[in-house]
Design a binder for this molecule. Structure first.
Ligand code: NI
Length: 248
């Protein structure tokens, strides 16, 4: 079930019946190299959730699709929030949901660069309760989709060489599974075949170190078929992980 496709009466009844949890897909719009799509990090959590809601009664919130991507701003199409904007927005989303009685907010994340800021935002939401000596009426969980139980190993077994850390073969495969007409991008010849690895600073430094945008990856091994396998495994892992969180 999608919050955006529900009526207020349906949500009110759902909360009154004790279903007080929601999953927010969160990611980024940033370049993903010559063979990857700009919305990859926003779409990967959404793709997993779109399949998961066919199998279980979960409530999916709006896609928080622009995050921390200052280091990608030397590549056309990338968008970024400042950390302060993102923290303020997560706080406002949280307070809105808590206002209606949601108690469990599960953030399924598609972009590693968001983690520090999301965790800072969680601290900001809990701060007011801690300072009053009260328990916060909600709990957050941040879960990177590739860190769902068993999924890192699953992806590394599918792509033992050149998985990489940005524009990874697995995330690119997920998007090809969803946007099948984009799979032909994997025919491009990339030079070098496996991109260099290194640390990240500002946007111009990033483009100098990683000229085509990839880090450590050869995403030309991504296919629709392998993407489908990752989606299937991730849906199963997500539903188990979410069920555990709801019990907490
Ligand atoms: Ni990514």
């Amino acid at each position: 079930m999608y919050l955006s496709a529900a009526t207020w009466q349906e949500i009110e009844a759902r909360i009154k019946s004790g279903k007080k949890s929601i999953i927010i897909p969160i990611g980024s719009h940033e370049q993903h190299g010559p063979t990857g799509l700009i919305g990859t990090d926003a779409m990967c959590p959404q793709i997993i959730l779109d399949e998961a809601q066919k199998q279980a009664d979960i409530l999916i919130g709006p896609n928080f699709g622009v995050g921390q991507a200052q280091h990608h701003m030397a590549f056309a199409g990338s968008m970024t929030l400042r950390p302060s904007t993102m923290i303020a927005t997560i706080v406002d989303w949280t307070n809105s949901l808590a206002h209606h009685g949601f108690t469990h907010i599960y953030w399924l994340n598609g972009h590693g660069g968001n983690c520090a800021t999301i965790n800072a935002a969680f601290c900001e939401t809990y701060h007011q309760y801690s300072m009053k000596g009260e328990s916060a009426p909600f709990k957050h969980l941040l879960m990177n989709w590739w860190e769902l139980p068993g999924i890192t190993k699953f992806c590394m077994d599918l792509f033992p060489v050149g998985h990489g850390s940005h524009a990874t073969a697995s995330e690119v495969a997920l998007t090809y599974w969803r946007f099948k007409e984009r799979e032909s991008l994997n025919q491009l010849k990339l030079e070098p075949k496996i991109a260099p690895s290194g640390s990240i600073r500002d946007a111009l430094d990033y483009r100098k170190q990683f000229p085509d945008g990839r880090i450590g990856s050869d995403p030309t091994t991504a296919t629709i078929e392998l993407g489908g396998k990752i989606v299937e495994a991730s849906v199963k892992a997500l539903l188990e992980s979410f069920k555990e969180f709801e019990k907490a």
